[in-house]
Design a protein around this ligand. Structure first.
Ligand code: AMP
Length: 221
C-alpha cells in the first residue's frame, strides 16, 4: 500500500498517519519529523532547514525531493509506505510521479483531511510534543494523564516553535498558496479521497480514512 496523507497544519494529518502506519505495519515517512530530527542533531541538512522551519516556510524542493528519493530506497519501504507532509508543492508532486514511474510503483490513494481555518489554529496552538519520543498530545482534545509529561515514555512535553499562533498563520498562508493546489492535481488523477477532520474523535476520523482507502483499493482491484 502506497499512500499520501495531506492537509493543512492542525487537521490531524500527522496523528492519523502515525495511527494508520502503525496499524497496517508500513513506515510513516514524515518529512517534518525528518527535518526536525536533522535540526536536533545539527547535521548539514538540519542547519539548512532550521531557518525555514522557524519561519514556517517551505524547505526548497530540491532538498525535499532528495530526502524522499533516499528514504524510498530503504528496505522498510519495500512493503509500502505512507507519506506525511510530502509532497507540499506541485513541483514535488511532479518529481514524486517521476520517481514512482521509474521504480514501477503505483500510488494507491491520497488522503486529504480538511477542517475550518479557525479550528486549525485552535488545534495547532494547543498541540504539545514529547521531546524524547515525538508522541503528540493536545491540551484540550487529547491531554496527557499528567500535565507536561508524555504518557508513553515519561519525557517532557513542549510546544513546537512553529506551532505558536503567528507562525501557524504564516504556515496556513503557505499551505493555501503552495500546497492546496495539490488537491486538484490528485483529484484529476482520480487518487484523491477527502475526509472531514472536524468535530469528531481521532477514532472516528481513522475509521473513515480506513474504510475509504480499502474501498478504493477494492474497487480498483
Ligand atoms: P510538518 O511537521 O509536516 O508540519 O512540517 C514542519 C515544517 O517542515 C514545515 O512547516 C516546513 O518548513 C518543513 N517541511 C516539511 N515537509 C516539507 C516539504 N515536503 N516541503 C517543504 N518543507 C517541508
Amino acid at each position: 500500500m502506497n499512500l499520501i496523507f495531506m492537509g493543512p497544519p492542525g487537521a490531524g494529518k500527522g496523528t492519523q498517519a502515525k495511527l494508520f502506519a502503525k496499524t497496517y505495519g508500513i513506515p510513516q515517512i514524515s518529512t517534518g519529523d525528518i527535518l526536525r530530527q536533522a535540526v536536533k542533531e545539527g547535521t548539514p541538512l538540519g542547519k539548512k532547514a532550521q531557518i525555514y522551519l522557524e519561519k514556517g516556510e517551505l524547505v526548497p524542493d530540491e532538498i525535499m525531493i532528495g530526502i524522499i528519493k533516499d528514504r524510498l530506497q530503504e528496505v522498510d519501504c519495500q512493503k509500502g509506505w505512507l507519506m506525511d507532509g510530502f509532497p507540499r508543492t506541485i513541483w514535488q508532486a511532479v518529481a514524486l510521479d517521476e520517481i514512482l514511474r521509474q521504480r514501477g510503483l503505483h500510488l494507491d490513494a491520497v488522503i486529504n483531511i480538511y477542517l475550518q481555518e479557525e479550528e486549525l489554529i485552535r488545534r495547532v496552538s494547543g498541540r504539545r510534543v514529547c521531546r524524547n519520543c515525538g508522541e503528540t498530545f493536545h491540551v484540550i482534545f487529547n491531554p496527557p494523564l499528567q500535565e507536561g509529561v508524555c504518557d508513553k515514555c515519561g519525557g517532557p512535553l513542549y510546544q513546537r516553535e512553529d506551532d505558536k499562533e503567528e507562525t501557524v498563520r504564516k504556515r496556513l498562508e503557505v499551505y493555501r498558496a503552495r500546497t492546496k493546489p495539490l488537491i486538484e492535481y490528485y483529484w484529476e488523477k482520480s487518487a484523491l479521497i477527502s475526509i472531514d477532520g472536524g468535530a469528531r474523535t481521532i477514532e472516528d476520523v481513522f475509521k473513515s480514512i480506513r474504510d475509504a482507502i480499502f474501498s478504493k483499493i477494492k474497487k480498483e482491484g
